[in-house]
Design a binder for this molecule. Structure first.
Ligand code: ADP
Ligand code: MG
Length: 679
């Protein structure tokens, strides 16, 4: 029963089933204290009577207890037989539960009830733990307090040696951590509020620390065992491009990241780098320079984008930049024609094609390289293990991998979810960007929004209109979009204005044509769904209108907004919503209007939604902490991370005497949670 309901299999599990609150047994309220606003209450009283009433579904056990101040009704719908067996009229009981009123009388449904024992008479502490419990268990009479009794029994027979310290003593000392045994006792049965806090602090630190040690070891292990191609030199190709064709000066952040990549790829172990940069921070050029570095060393590169549009855009942009360079670049996507595909496959095999840009089509088995040295994955957090494996299969030595994220993720999240990867941040935008102004307007003001867009178009700018994808129904989304399209058209009549539209239902060719017309400036307005979200780069576009903005998540809004503000002109993002939006949606919109900083937005997103739901993060055990939270315990995480890093750098094998207990602990725990080698 415990197994199924609470996943408690072992004594250790029981020990790790932490109370969600403590109650002070000496705090007994009067029944007459119960008012409309009372939440949980603890009372003690004598059982007046109990009886089973009703039939079938409405069958219930009703009892009443009485103290000096009044009478309280208790009701059970489940576990009736068991509960009733333990009730003795005239005995005194301690009752705890959430109060409510039924027919004007106070009552508790499914209270926790036990024979009343005066405080301290049983030698236990004042603060008694109450454990999370399921209704099913309660129905069987195993309530939170009963679990406490089991835990108490367990702790009383537990010897400190059976709960060996797993954090090296020097670290415990440095961070003032309570010992492990002590912390485990105190979290269940605290002797004071202060020691309870210390226990919590210690256990949170432990959770983070153990996780970080594992991640660091995985990372270091990869360095040691993985052999990889070596990019030993920066040669003519890189240097020529850098001095003659680089269209701008690199930002400090871009230079730093290039250096990191240069170092990584020169060492003979495989690079696995996550590049985090805000929208528009200039990740593409970093990708290109890395590819040139590979070419200088005789290796081919591939650049993979999540959509066909984006792949094409990369291809065109890179081809343009490389037009005077002695490197061959090709575009391979699902819609590449057979003849061209044949040519590319052959070119990759005999190394007459050096760079290939494309979609997932690149990782199909049929695509083989002569000597793939670098794989870049753009605008994606996630690139599955299976997909990586497919890439590996294309080379004798695994190629270096650079993953570029679509939008930033918070540092704490990156540290836990991607802590085994090397990780770069580009937190600097190219100079000269004018910040985007973001405003919120209600749909009732649409006409004036359209007028504003008109003045921008008159100035020679372009505009996006984005409609949400309605998750429940593709048809609805489509209708929404079509309606929107008609509406936009009525405000911007042809031939004075030209509009193109893109959406997921179009055949790729049509989508591309429409997209290309906007990119080339042939159309001034692009109406679309979120297909335009990622990566699209049209510097002349200065307005982004997002319809039903309340239906978008923060990172999506930020991505969409990132489509404007890419040129030298002032840009605007207009968030249209209906008059009534939820509090959460309003909060998102306020954040968007308040900041352009993707890292700040990511932090907020994490705060609002919690770690599990952040798009693109691994749903692995990496985020399953019992006590610690990457949102609220950031400082603890930073400390644990620092401690783990230092320790692992110093002693990769954990063979030093001071680390042996930790090593043992890790070995015992192996396979008990969702950790695995994920990169
Ligand atoms: P993202 O990081 O969102 O992929 P891009 O690589 O598409 O950003 O770059 C956005 C725009 O900024 C492009 O037009 C690009 O040419 C330009 N850009 C990139 N780096 C610089 C720089 N150092 N100086 C000026 N413009 C730059
Ligand atoms: Mg990009």
């Amino acid at each position: 029963m415990l197994k199924k309901e609470l996943e408690i299999f072992t004594f250790a599990d029981l020990l790790n089933h932490y109370p969600n609150r403590h109650i002070d047994k000496t705090q007994i309220n009067k029944i007459s204290d119960i008012g409309a606003n009372t939440d949980y209450i603890q009372v003690a009283g004598t059982l007046l009577f109990f009886e089973i009433i009703g039939e079938k579904r409405s069958k219930r056990l009703v009892a009443q207890i009485k103290d000096a101040s009044g009478i309280l009704e208790l009701t059970w719908f489940q576990g009736i037989t068991w509960v009733q067996k333990n009730l003795i009229v005239g005995s005194k009981y301690l009752v705890f539960g959430k109060t409510g009123f039924f027919g004007g009388k106070p009552q508790i449904v499914h209270p926790e009830i036990e024979a009343f024992v005066p405080a301290k008479a049983d030698g236990r502490s004042f603060l008694e733990p109450v454990y999370p419990c399921t209704e099913k268990l309660k129905a069987r009479g195993l309530n939170g307090r009963q679990i406490g009794k089991l835990t108490y029994a367990l702790i009383s027979i537990l010897h400190p040696d059976e709960l060996v310290e797993n954090i090296p003593a020097s670290i415990c000392k440095q961070y003032g951590l309570m010992e492990r045994y002590e912390a485990n006792c105190q979290i269940h049965f605290p002797t004071s509020a202060a020691s309870y806090d210390k226990a919590i602090e210690r256990l949170k630190f432990e959770e983070f620390f153990i996780a970080q040690v594992r991640l660091q070891l995985t990372r270091l292990q990869r360095y040691r065992v993985s052999r990889a191609v070596v990019f030993e030199k920066v040669g003519d190709i890189f240097n020529t491009f850098y001095s003659k064709y680089l269209p701008f000066n690199l930002t400090g952040a871009q230079k730093r990241v290039i250096k990191e990549i240069r170092n990584d790829t020169a060492r003979g172990h495989q690079m696995n780098r996550l590049l985090q940069g805000d929208v528009g921070s200039g990740k593409t050029i970093v990708a290109l320079l890395s590819m040139l570095l590979a070419a200088d060393n005789g290796y081919q590169s591939c650049l993979m984008a999540p959509t066909e549009i984006l792949a094409q855009q990369h291809f065109h942009g890179l081809s343009e930049l490389l037009k005077e360079m002695p490197v061959e670049i090709a575009l391979l996507t699902g819609s590449t024609k057979t003849k061209e595909r044949k040519r590319i496959l052959q070119g990759l095999l005999d190394d007459t094609i050096h760079f290939v840009v494309g979609t997932h089509a690149i990782i199909e088995d049929i695509v083989q390289f002569k000597n793939l040295g670098l794989a870049i994955i753009d605008e994606q957090h996630r690139f599955g293990v299976a997909q990586r494996a497919k890439l590996w299969a294309k080379a004798t030595l695994p190629p270096h991998v650079l993953v570029m994220t679509a939008t930033p993720i918070p540092r704490t999240l990156a540290m836990t979810a991607y802590g085994d990867l090397d990780y770069s941040i580009m937190d600097e935008l190219p100079p000269g960007r004018i910040p985007i102004t973001t405003v919120h307007r209600y749909e009732t003001a649409r006409a004036s929004v359209m007028d504003f867009v008109k003045t921008e178009i008159t100035k020679g700018r372009q505009a996006y209109y984005v409609y949400p994808l309605i998750e429940e129904s593709e048809t609805l989304s489509y209708e929404d979009l079509m309606q929107g399209y008609e509406q936009v058209k009525s405000f911007f009549p042809e031939p004075a204005y030209r509009i193109s539209m893109v959406h997921g239902r179009q055949p790729n060719e049509q989508k591309d044509t429409n997209m290309q017309r906007f990119i080339s400036g042939d159309t001034q307005i692009l109406v679309g769904t979120t297909v335009i979200e990622v990566g699209v780069n049209v510097p002349n576009a200065s307005v982004m209108v997002i319809e039903s903005a309340e239906k978008f998540g923060l990172s999506q809004l930020h991505q969409l907004r990132g489509r404007v503000g890419r040129g030298s002109e002032k840009s605007f993002c207009i968030l249209l919503t209906s008059a009534r939006v939820s509090k959460e949606a309003k909060e998102r919109i306020n954040i968007m209007c308040a900041t352009n900083d993707g890292f700040k937005i990511a932090e907020k997103d994490l705060e609002i939604r919690g770690p599990g739901s952040i798009e693109g993060t691994r749903q692995s055990g990496a985020l399953n902490f019992k006590l610690a939270s990457i949102v609220n315990d950031r400082e603890v995480l930073e400390k644990a991370r620092a401690a783990a890093e230092l320790l692992c750098e110093e002693d990769q094998e954990l063979n030093m005497a001071k680390n042996l207990q930790l090593k043992n602990y890790l070995q015992q725990q192996k396979g008990k949670n969702g950790w695995s080698k994920i990169s």
